[in-house]
Design a protein around this ligand. Structure first.
Ligand SMILES: Nc1ncnc2c1ncn2[C@@H]1O[C@H](COP(=O)(O)OP(=O)(O)O)[C@@H](O)[C@H]1O
Ligand SMILES: [Mg+2]
Length: 243
């Protein structure tokens, strides 16, 4: 995809400063420093490299044991109330994200989390769906939606809260080709900063910036074409070595 994203302002962005994160008793990141300001950033790397952990750090689900994470000027450890307006995460598995039994309730929750009164939130959720030709989705039971539809609910729940940065964790992983094309078009129309992880390198290779994580360290950080080519070549060499 070739997005036409907005120009970021200098004060915007995400900054990790000497971050150490321990999960399950083992360090995932050990002194990671990273500034993320580009409007589109891809994240690649093997399973277990730390992609999801990085997203969980940025959206405040995991506090760092050392260092700090600033999201558009907010420290994730202290600015709990401001954080939902600045960053939102779409989980890889929609069932890890969705809490409520209907689509309208799930979308409304994105707004009440930011302080919108419940009644207003329900109305805004319904209006939001109607603007997208999805008015009949409001009362639908989450349990009766397909995986792709549940994932779309997750993206809608993220978009309605309009965070400055959207983090998408392997958003294309379980989608069929039409759903992938639909999602790619939706992302292209999204004006906010988007950072997303993927194993489908074609989705990020035209980005100005792609990060390659390897065992919690930045193995490469640069233009999508170069980083994706280097990662693909590394995978090829490892495959040959173990064949
Ligand atoms: N739920 C968890 N509990 C404890 N440790 C975890 C958990 N999930 C991941 N980890 C650890 O974090 C490391 C990075 O995992 P993760 O961030 O999920 O990688 P990726 O998303 O790139 O596959 C893993 O090697 C694992 O040791
Ligand atoms: Mg992951």
């Amino acid at each position: 995809m070739s997005p036409s994203p907005p120009t970021p302002r200098a004060a915007d962005g995400i900054y990790l400063e000497s971050v150490t994160l321990v999960r399950g008793g083992r360090p995932v990141f050990d002194g990671l420093t990273l500034a993320l300001r580009e409007p589109r950033i891809g994240l690649v790397g093997d399973n277990g490299a730390g992609k999801s952990s990085l997203f969980r750090l940025i959206c405040g689900l995991e506090p760092p044991q050392q260092g700090r994470v600033l999201v558009h000027g907010c420290d994730t450890r202290t600015a709990r109330r401001e954080l939902p307006g600045r960053v939102g995460l779409m989980f890889q598995n929609p069932d890890d994200q969705i809490i409520f039994p209907t689509v309208a309730e799930e979308l409304a929750f994105s707004l009440t989390a930011q302080g919108t009164p419940r009644k207003d939130a329900r109305q805004q959720a319904q209006d939001f769906l109607a603007q997208r030709g999805l008015a009949d989705w409001g009362p639908r039971a989450i349990g009766e939606l397909s995986q792709g539809q549940r994932q779309q609910v997750c993206l809608l729940a993220l978009q309605i809260s309009r965070p400055a940065t959207l983090l998408l964790d392997e958003p294309f992983a379980s989608l069929d080709l039409p759903s992938q094309a639909r999602l790619a078009a939706q992302l292209q129309r999204t004006p906010q900063q988007i950072i997303f992880s993927t194993h489908a390198l074609a989705h990020v290779q035209d980005f100005d910036r792609v990060l390659w994580l390897e065992q919690g360290r930045l193995r490469a950080d640069g233009p999508g074409r170069e980083v994706c080519a280097a990662y693909a070549e590394d995978v090829r060499q490892r495959t040959v070595a173990h064949a």
